[in-house]
Write a protein that binds this ligand. Structure first.
Ligand code: HEC
Length: 224
């Protein structure tokens, strides 16, 4: 033990020298490890598409017919030839008018508010066993096909970055876009956030017998 401590010392010096040399090569303000992501690496992650206006949709386009072919090959086994869903895999069509039922059926046709979101979802997540393997054109084709299965676009529809945001989805107007809860509207604040004069306690739980008076096993916590 004693001697191994001695042997370690020169190694530590060499290590420090190596780390020092590396640190000299890093960007100012960095932590001294890793490397700056290349534009190509960032592009690989930066794939989000905004639902409402389709921001982020890439160039490319395709048709309902092409979509039917790709779909038959890559999607029908799980989602059914016409989107009816095999077994317990999700349906991609139907459920229109069911959203207020006891058993609502949310699908692309009945529930989804934006067509670009369909492009985004297929592009990032499908086919389930091999996501990120479809070309942009084939994702446009599949989007066109699924929209057409849902009677949301005509058979000659061509999906691209301009046409998808214009598709009027059935449930579009039933989403609430401004969330009025105070915690989502509040501006971030770190000090003097509330004027104490404005704070008024309007009610308390005191005396209402809401809190068990004993702690311990459940049976001793029941109100007597
Ligand atoms: C191996 C089975 C499988 C295959 C193949 C498959 N999917 Fe899926 N898909 C799923 C499952 C499971 C889900 C539900 C995932 C979840 O909710 O997390 C899903 C969800 C979806 C949804 C969202 C449905 C909704 O309303 O929430 C879409 C759209 C979709 N898939 C499209 C496709 C397309 C297009 C293809 C072909 C390129 C495809 N899927 C291939 C299994 C599959």
């Amino acid at each position: 033990m004693y001697s191994s401590g001695k042997i370690c010392l020169p190694i530590a010096v060499v290590l420090l020298a190596a780390v020092g040399g590396l640190a000299g090569a890093t960007e100012p303000g960095s932590f001294g490890y890793g490397s700056v992501a290349t534009p190509a690496q960032i592009a690989g992650w930066d794939i989000d598409v905004r639902g409402e206006d389709g921001t982020g949709l890439p160039p490319g386009k395709s048709t309902v017919d092409r979509g039917a072919d790709v779909y038959a090959e890559q999607c029908a086994a799980c989602h059914g030839t016409f989107g009816e869903g095999e077994g317990r895999f999700p349906k991609l069509v139907g459920g229109v008018g069911s959203l207020r039922d006891e058993r609502p059926e949310p699908t692309v046709g009945s529930y989804w508010p934006f067509a670009p979101t369909l492009w985004d979802y297929i592009n990032r997540a499908m086919p389930m066993s091999a996501p990120h393997t479809l070309s942009a054109d084939d994702v446009y084709a599949l989007t066109a096909y699924i929209l057409s299965l849902n009677d949301l676009v005509p058979h000659d529809f061509v999906a691209d970055r301009n046409s998808l945001p214009k598709v009027k989805m059935r449930n579009r107007d039933n989403f609430i876009w401004t969330d009025p809860r105070p915690d989502t509207m509040a501006k971030p604040c770190m000090n003097a956030c509330v004027d104490a004069a404005d704070v008024r306690i309007s009610s308390t739980a005191e005396g209402r017998d809401l809190t068990p008076r004993t702690t311990g096993p459940l049976d001793t916590m029941q109100p007597k």
